[in-house]
Design a protein around this ligand. Structure first.
Ligand code: DGL
Length: 277
């Protein structure tokens, strides 16, 4: 018999906490297990193979902890590892379990936010180069034109708590200008990296007042709620005690200091040594 477990929430580092925050807000009844692979973050500039191997290792760990469902709350991992894990690995490592990402739920609704049908996507180099957003959006909103810009300096700035500095202003303006220079009709900007909500106020300084900035947390949380309603075979295996556990592959002291900015409240984490495996 399948034992019950927490819903796993994964990110390369802290970014997934912006998603977990919204998930807990909308679905407080479930248990959650968060893992940030901070020791190997950022993933954004790493190769497909590396992101896949790291993500797979973490998914296996979640399954060993009894999680019936894992959300890759990381666009880079969703773009580079999710499909292979779903198609090649799941039947070997957990045929009755599920792994979901953040790109599909976002592309299912993001087209509804734009009046001009011109959407800008800001993400890591890995997410942008994968063209996952272009491919998925074409399926759901074929009349939407998508403009993309990689922002390779943003995750390192945020992970190092430098996102309020003047140096951050330089890089925020650089990438936002590069996106908006592609089309003056962009009226919706998607933050296609779960770290970027921390830069929202700075991004607003460099975009026209009417331009919408969309973060993924609420969208992913709503989609998860729908998914659980439609899949009782998974939902029945989710523990419902309202408990959250946090793990990091790096220093717990650093994680606990930084995590509060992303999660909105104090976090106490445990260490997981994946590097030794
Ligand atoms: N939060 C991850 C994402 O959504 C950041 C990736 C990274 O580690 O560079 O893409």
């Amino acid at each position: 018999m399948q034992t019950k477990g927490a819903i796993g929430i994964f990110d390369s580092g802290y970014g997934g906490l912006t998603v977990l925050k919204e998930i807990v807000h909308q679905l407080p009844q479930y248990n959650y297990l968060y893992l940030g692979d901070n020791a190997r973050a950022p993933y954004g500039n790493r190769s497909f193979e590396t992101v896949y191997q790291y993500t797979l290792q973490c998914v296996k760990w979640f399954f060993e902890q009894g999680c019936p469902l894992v959300i890759l709350a990381c666009n880079t991992a969703s773009a580079k590892a999710l499909r292979t894990i779903q198609q090649n690995d799941l039947n070997k490592i957990g045929p009755s379990k599920r792994v979901l990402g953040v790109i599909r739920p976002t592309t299912e609704v993001i087209g509804n936010y734009s009046q001009t049908k011109k959407i800008g996507i800001l993400g890591t180099t890995g997410t942008i180069q994968s063209n996952s957003y272009l491919i998925e959006l074409e399926k759901f909103f074929p009349d939407i034109k998508v403009f993309q810009q990689a922002c390779p300096m943003w995750v390192p700035l945020i992970e190092n708590n430098e996102h309020h500095s003047e140096g951050a202003d330089f890089f925020v303006k650089e990438y936002v200008d590069a996106l908006l220079n592609q089309s003056t009709a962009i009226d919706t900007i998607l933050l296609a990296c779960t770290h970027y909500p921390l830069l929202t106020d700075k991004i607003k300084e460099y975009i026209p007042a009417h331009t919408k900035i969309i973060s993924q947390g609420e969208i992913v949380a709503k989609s998860l709620g729908n998914y659980l309603q439609r899949h009782p075979e998974i939902e029945n295996n989710c523990l419902k005690e309202g408990k959250i556990d946090f793990f990091t592959t790096d220093s717990t002291a650093d994680f606990d200091n930084h995590a509060a900015y992303f999660f909105g409240k104090k976090v106490v984490s445990k260490h997981l040594d994946l590097l030794a495996e």
